[in-house]
Design a protein around this ligand. Structure first.
Ligand code: ATP
Length: 341
């Protein structure tokens, strides 16, 4: 019997509830400090308690997962806490394409895949001296926006970088990535691509609420001017959004282009959930600054089904449940190797 496992954080509740609803045994790799939290949820059958998520790489943890024929669902925590080499070395079958996660973590590879998918991107800035327009400075990997800052020119960049280094938020030898800031309405577009059906589904849109960049907008400009705090983009939560219907066609095209590009350059392609993240400007033109090649935490807002999934399914369907459904179908058809790596 196949079971479904994930790490206890990010969207694990949604994933395991969906797995249970589809009839799977559920396992959660759980840090000791969160044991009490996760014990509250009866749909979690087994907790594998660890001191640190890296223990997933240890033979003890892997053998429990193996005994349970587990499929591991990757999410942001796996990427944030493990290197690409470590993720790729995991023996447990990983849902989707574990090789594409490296393309998400590495800024240059990310840019290459986005370009291949024809996604309209903000202009990258190769050196602080090249900052001409308001730009955003990011760290490598899925840092969740912590330690990111905006810079209007090279001096501004140096002042803020030095301040963040002295506050211990970023390190001196960290390579930072700069791109032009795209202003507009934030929209994080989540899709699911099924290699079993060769079909792309659009799941929904969320917005991220980031602190304290949002907090800054709530205080008057004269107070903002007096503050010398460097605002960060640390994600606190998410809220739902629906798009003007006239934008949907382009949304599907972007998703399809992404799936096609991934098929070409990182086999077996973009299987399972993924998210294209960006902003719509005043002309409703989308600029994408980022993608996630796995389930995003923004999907948590639709645990009871998203507006767009209610058009596709006559039942409540969360992304967690959609993943479990795909595993169930593949399992029944002995095609698990088609949807895992
Ligand atoms: P995650 O992995 O959690 O998605 P990340 O560390 O990869 O985060 P990004 O998604 O690239 O970081 O950026 C974090 C936030 O910074 C975004 O949610 C958005 O609010 C803002 N942001 C990033 N790039 C841009 C941009 N070019 N223009 C405007 N805002 C941006």
């Amino acid at each position: 019997m196949t079971s479904i496992a994930t790490l206890g954080s990010h969207c694990s509740l949604q994933v395991l509830k969906g797995a249970k609803d589809e009839g799977f045994k559920t396992l959660l790799v759980c840090e000791k400090k969160r044991e009490k939290l996760y014990k509250r949820f009866p749909f979690i059958d087994e907790l594998i308690v660890v001191d640190n998520f890296k223990e997933v790489l240890d033979s003890k943890c892997q053998s429990i997962l193996e005994q349970n024929n587990a499929v591991l669902i990757p999410h942001g925590t796996l990427i944030a806490q493990m290197s690409s080499d470590e993720i790729e070395s995991i023996k447990t079958p990983i849902f989707g394409n574990k090789w594409i996660l490296r393309w998400e973590s590495d800024r240059e590879m990310k840019e290459k895949l986005m370009r291949e998918a024809n996604l309209p991107m903000p202009k990258p800035v190769t050196h602080p001296s090249q900052i001409e327009k308001l730009s955003i400075v990011k760290r490598q990997g899925a840092a969740g926006g912590k330690g990111y800052f905006m810079a209007a020119n090279e001096d501004d960049y140096n002042t803020k970088r030095n301040q963040l280094i002295s506050e211990g938020i970023i390190s001196k030898d960290e390579t930072l990535y700069i791109q032009e800031y795209a202003a507009g309405v934030l929209a994080y577009l989540t899709f699911f691509y099924s290699p079993l059906k060769d079909e792309l589904e659009f799941y929904g849109v969320d917005q991220r609420h980031e602190s304290d960049i949002e907090g800054l907008g709530r205080i008057p400009a004269d107070q903002q001017m007096k503050s010398n705090k460097v605002p960060s983009f640390n994600v606190i939560g998410n809220s739902p959004l629906v798009l003007r219907e006239s934008l949907l066609d382009e949304v599907y095209t972007m998703g399809e282009n992404f799936v096609e590009a991934a098929k070409r350059i990182v086999a077996p392609g973009m299987n399972g959930p993924f998210c294209i993240e960006g902003v719509y400007d005043e002309n409703a033109k989308f600029t994408s600054f980022e993608f996630s090649a796995r389930i995003v935490a923004g999907s948590n807002i639709y645990m009871d089904g998203s507006p767009y999934y209610s058009l596709l399914f006559n039942e409540t369907m969360s992304m967690g449940k959609r993943i479990a459904r795909e595993i169930k179908i593949a399992d029944n058809e002995k095609q698990l190797d088609k949807i895992t790596t």
